[in-house]
Design a binder for this molecule. Structure first.
Ligand SMILES: NC(=O)c1ccc[n+]([C@@H]2O[C@H](COP(=O)([O-])OP(=O)(O)OC[C@H]3O[C@@H](n4cnc5c(N)ncnc54)[C@H](O)[C@@H]3O)[C@@H](O)[C@H]2O)c1
Length: 260
């Protein structure tokens, strides 16, 4: 299946986890992919893996919270590949504290990366998409775009904010042929989640096995983690959808943890 042949995609946080899986899946579907990450070596590793598999990829070191770096990375992608069809705003980190202990600078850093990064990437991308008359904006939300959990005030606030940004972009982008949607995964085993398991065990005073079964997967229908492939396939679907029929939506991929 090469439904994205001839198209160009840019993925942030493409050096690890979900972003890497999405970059690989978009490339397998025929897209040329700019792999952006604050960790330039990790971005280069993803890009060279894609090239080894016969795809086309460019590694772009980028801090998504740095407006100049985002603008330059987007422009470099268009210079190299000639156009921009899909962005996947995915880069993210996790910081958890009860609110009374949450340092404001850490709260702001979370908002800057997740929500500010999505804003900056959108602003840079539409400069190229609007004149083309087409584009797909894909944002990495979370079940935490719809639900709340303790200790995650910054993450939940940022992920809820992404829904708002995406809905505005569905309206503003429509007359330019630009669609805007959010993917909301449940827990996926990536470095971001693996780091939280011992942290939450210590904070909540329970075992790591209980963090997985009684906290993370408690409300799923089958006690299963969402997989990288589940999320990557959803991104390929959203990248390739043909009309504005599918815009302003959030798709939850979570083994039934959140049903919407
Ligand atoms: N893993 C999950 O269970 C899960 C669930 C729902 C949503 N998400 C979201 O998916 C996205 C990716 O998470 P993941 O689990 O793959 O994490 P990950 O830690 O495996 O990968 C995140 C990547 O983002 C990069 N990054 C961090 N800060 C950056 C910055 N300022 N600029 C550019 N790149 C930066 C990191 O270097 C890393 O390569 C995040 O937005 C996360 O909130 C993850």
């Amino acid at each position: 299946m090469r439904e994205l042949a001839g198209s160009v995609a840019l993925v942030t946080g493409g050096g690890s986890g979900i972003g890497r899986a999405i970059a690989q899946a978009l490339a397998q579907s025929g897209a040329r992919v700019a792999v952006c990450d604050i960790n330039g070596a990790a971005a280069a590793d993803t890009a060279s893996g894609i090239r080894d598999a016969g795809g086309e990829a460019l590694a772009v070191p980028m801090d998504v919270a740095d407006e100049t770096a985002v603008n330059e990375g987007v422009d470099e992608t268009v210079r190299r590949f000639g156009r921009l069809d899909t962005i996947v705003s995915n880069a993210g980190i996790q910081i958890v504290h009860p609110i009374e202990d949450f340092p404001y600078d850490e709260f702001r850093r979370m908002l800057d990366i997740h929500l500010g990064g999505a804003f900056l990437l959108t602003k840079a991308a539409v400069r190229h998409m609007y004149p083309q008359g087409s584009g797909s904006l894909i944002y990495m939300g979370s079940v935490h775009s719809h639900r709340a959990s303790p200790l995650k005030s910054a993450y939940v606030a940022a992920k809820h904010g992404i829904l708002g940004l995406a809905r505005v972009m569905a309206i503003e982008g429509a007359k330019h042929g630009v669609r805007s949607n959010v993917i909301c995964p449940g827990f996926v085993r990536t470095p971001l989640v693996d780091k939280q398991i011992p942290e939450q065990a210590a904070t909540l005073g329970i075992s790591e096995a209980d963090v997985v079964s009684k906290v993370m997967l408690k409300d799923t229908v089958d006690g299963e983690f969402t997989t990288l492939d589940d999320v990557a396939e959803t991104a390929v679907f959203l990248a390739g959808f043909r009309s504005n029929a599918f815009t302003g939506q959030s798709i939850t991929v979570s083994h039934g943890w959140h049903m919407a």
